[in-house]
Design a protein around this ligand. Structure first.
Ligand code: KG4
Ligand code: ZN
Length: 365
């Protein structure tokens, strides 16, 4: 069972993981930086890269200690080298190169977005015989329809193989996680808002507030979330008087009663997840029309932790008799286990990188 060390540092989580055989997670240590960025309401790139630098070695030590392994036990070193914040990526990529060179082990660069769609294949080591989880061979899932939803991405993919994907649609403005975070600010829920809004939505009634469900053209597989965010802003605060930073509003999110806050959260959640579900169904039809019907629906990224999305994707899979790959909660947010897991595919085929591996800010086309 080859053991691969993975490093993830693309945004504001510093993570190191050890994964055996591409799926058994022996350790997955994540140091989040939420406390450092909270007061700015979003990630500040310079602060993020500095924090990665401070945390990467302690996180590496903790991962090895958790897995009871030494550096010489590793078979390869993997790193998420694209896409992400360039300064943050550079920290992980430099650490991975140094380890691979010093240990004389192969280096594997991994696409962060592809890794999110691999995350549902990850499992913890079974401790009791009755705790056996279903082992899925990733190769049996393709072609699959993939949906990556996070703070930086809302994209649909035709997944031909674990490391081969074709983009079907993407957001033309905000990513869905970004819209969640902004909606949470409007509703005075704090940062990062996605999980807080999701929790509150479960106590609200979505029917009390009408928000627009932007689906773009009839056949479009692209997403748009900025109109939804603005509609929520105007419903909560009233129409602005004046323009730009000088604009004033009739009300503020702080004036909402707890029940109103919950109802707005529920209406936002219902609309945002409704948009994702409509596009998933459209994309399944497109794949069928193209003669490559999907055998599975795979989701990944921070928003795949959302309770309503998880439930509705599971129902869709059941209705269409498709396998559904939903990551365990611990593998939805950015983590290194998904990087080490996906690297196993390249490891098996001896597809390695050399010390010229670049950090790349943009998505692969
Ligand atoms: O994948 P991720 O950790 O980082 C990026 O690559 O962006 O995703 C973080 C995003 C944040 O926008 C966060 O608010 C959102 O995922 N998120 C959620 C939930 N949990 C995290 N959004 C909706 N519902 C959730 N339960
Ligand atoms: Zn991510």
């Amino acid at each position: 069972m080859p053991v691969i060390l993975g490093i993830e540092s693309s945004c504001d989580e510093t993570s190191v993981a050890l994964v055996a055989d591409g799926r058994v997670v022996l350790a997955n240590i994540i140091a989040t930086q939420h406390d450092l960025h909270a007061k700015y309401g979003g990630v500040v790139p310079e602060i993020a890269s500095r924090a990665h630098l401070e945390r990467i070695l302690p996180v590496l030590d903790e991962a090895l200690a958790t897995a009871h392994l030494r550096l010489r036990d590793l078979d390869a070193v993997a790193v998420g080298n694209r896409p992400g914040l360039i300064g943050s990526l550079l920290v992980g990529v430099s650490a991975a190169k140094a380890l691979a060179w010093a240990l004389d082990r192969p280096l594997v660069g991994v696409d962060h977005v592809q890794a999110h769609l691999y995350a549902s294949c990850l499992q913890e080591p079974t401790t009791r015989p009755d705790q056996k989880t279903e082992i899925i061979d990733p190769r049996s899932l393709f072609p699959a329809l993939g949906l990556v939803v996070s703070g930086g991405h809302s994209s649909l993919y035709h997944v031909e193989a674990a490391t081969r994907m074709r983009l079907l649609g993407r957001t033309i403005d905000d990513a869905v996680g970004e819209a969640y975070d902004k909606a949470a600010v409007i509703l005075y829920l704090g940062y990062p808002g996605g999980p807080k809004l999701d929790k509150l939505a479960q106590t609200g009634d979505p029917r009390t507030i009408d928000l627009p469900k932007s689906l773009l053209d009839r056949d479009s597989l692209d997403f748009s979330f900025s109109g939804l965010k603005t509609a929520l802003l105007y419903k909560v605060r009233g129409f602005p008087k004046g323009r730009g930073p000088a604009a004033t509003f009739e009300r503020s999110g702080a004036d909402l009663t707890p029940q109103e806050q919950a109802d707005y959260a529920a209406a936002f959640q219902d609309t945002a997840i409704g948009i994702l579900m409509t596009k998933l169904q459209r994309a399944l039809e497109v794949m069928t029309r193209q003669g490559t019907p999907a055998r599975a629906i795979l989701i990944g990224g921070g928003v795949s932790a959302n309770s309503l999305l998880r439930r509705r994707v599971a129902e869709l899979g059941q209705a269409r008799k498709l396998h559904v790959g939903i990551p365990k909660m611990s593998y939805c947010l950015d983590n290194a286990a998904m990087i080490a897991g996906l690297a196993h595919e390249d490891f098996l085929h001896h597809r390695f990188d050399d010390l010229n591996l670049p950090a790349v800010a943009t998505m692969a086309q």
